[in-house]
Ligand binder design. Structure first.
Ligand SMILES: *Cc1c(COP(=O)(O)O)cnc(C)c1O
Length: 377
């Protein structure tokens, strides 16, 4: 189905086409990878760390899962309100997922609930920067330090966001980024693994080279290379880099456009939130990347009716995650610790409105008008 106001739209076409010709006009560009190097350079300059471009955020999280060297029975703590991709790669490596609630203001993992869920089997905490907002990283980092746990950021939503003076993606030992089509910066499919500490570098280098010591060979440190451990092949091609690079170069403008669109929703909808029709997210802080805009409705039935109403007017609105601890498979392999104050509300009452780079004021106003009409007619 084609919507007149789609939920998301791909990368801005003027940017998308900027470097493509450079790739397809030279036959050696795919192995030279100069655009990929420039993307890596951007990340090095803005976030530091060791960077590995991969085919998806899910693959980057899979690499994190392998780097944990899990033993049977090891537990990892996740928010229940997240994408399946946050958890699946760790379960594949044998982790038992332990789900906790999110906090009620931005639906990020609740650090106090994490604290209650830690056992002597816990190995890591995976925090999701939901909507480009951050959980309480001061508390989470302190907990992970005390209990010797790895802190992993699922930063699929957080590209371009700055929290307490640091970019999202630099708070965890590892961070995973997504450049999938719904994200702020996108090459349709793509991801990045960022390693912020020193301690896994030797393993990650081999992991990313199919489990071989190929780079030691390239450095003349060994006479041949061979299979030394678990490995991944997760391609990121020059075509993806060609689409990504112009958006990285233009990240400030992309982010500020999104923030303007977000504020246009917020300014117009706050009066109706004050009347009690729904609630809206807290006002943007400096550094927020305006990844998504949502309404919280009074119950699931109103949420679903509003969604159908908007869809009928050719406006594509979407709900978000079904709580993993209540899902068919999640309830079987995982357990939930503590109370579910916010997870199910986020899962059942939340509706996301269209938001993408290049959405026009007219489109935004049309969505707002339809939402208001739903409640006032
Ligand atoms: C989109 C998303 C992912 C998966 O990203 P891919 O690049 O499609 O693998 C993981 N976690 C969250 C929170 C996401 O929104």
């Amino acid at each position: 189905m084609i919507f007149e106001v789609p939920f998301v739209s791909g990368p801005p076409t003027d940017l998308q086409n900027k470097y493509i010709n450079e790739v397809v006009s030279a036959s050696d560009s795919f192995w030279k990878k100069s655009l990929t190097r420039r993307c890596e350079g951007w990340f090095f300059n803005h976030l530091g760390g060791e960077r590995y471009f991969v085919d998806s955020c899910t693959t980057a999280l899979g690499a994190c899962a392998i780097l944990l060297n899990l033993r049977p029975g090891d537990e990892i703590i996740f928010p229940s309100f997240t994408h399946v991709s946050t958890v699946v790669p760790f379960v594949i490596q044998g982790a038992a997922p332990v789900f906790v609630d999110v906090e009620g203001s931005h639906f990020c993992i609740d650090a106090d609930k994490v604290s209650e869920a830690i056992t002597d089997r816990t190995r890591a905490v995976v925090a999701v920067n939901y909507g480009g907002w951050a959980p309480d990283y001061v508390k989470l980092r302190e907990l992970c330090r005390q209990h010797q746990l790895k802190l992993i950021e699922d930063n699929a939503h957080g590209m371009g966001a700055v929290h307490q003076g640091c970019r999202l993606g630099t708070f965890g030992d590892y961070a995973a980024f997504s450049f999938e089509k719904q994200k702020n910066i996108t090459c349709h499919e793509g991801g990045l693994l960022l390693i912020n500490g020193e301690d896994s570098l030797e393993q990650v280098e081999k992991l990313m080279n199919l489990g071989t010591n190929r780079l030691d060979f390239d450095r003349n440190k060994t006479s041949h290379y061979e299979w030394v451990g678990l490995g991944l092949k997760a391609s990121f091609t020059e075509l993806q880099a060609a689409i990504l690079l112009p958006q990285l170069e233009d990240l400030e403008r992309i982010t500020s456009d999104r923030r303007s669109a977000w504020r246009r929703y917020h300014d117009q909808l706050v009066p109706y939130a004050d009347k009690g029709f729904f609630s809206v997210p807290p006002v943007l802080k400096e550094g927020d990347n305006a990844h998504l805009f949502y309404l919280i409705l009074d119950d699931q039935s109103i949420r679903d009716q509003l969604r159908a109403y908007l869809n009928a007017q050719s406006i594509e609105a979407q709900f978000h995650y079904f709580p993993l601890h209540r899902s068919v498979f999640g309830s079987k392999v995982g357990r939930f610790v503590g109370d579910d104050h916010h997870t199910s509300i986020a899962g059942m009452h939340l509706l996301r409105l269209p938001l993408f780079t290049g959405i026009s004021p007219d489109q935004l106003d049309r969505v707002v008008a339809a939402v208001i009409q739903f409640f006032t007619s």
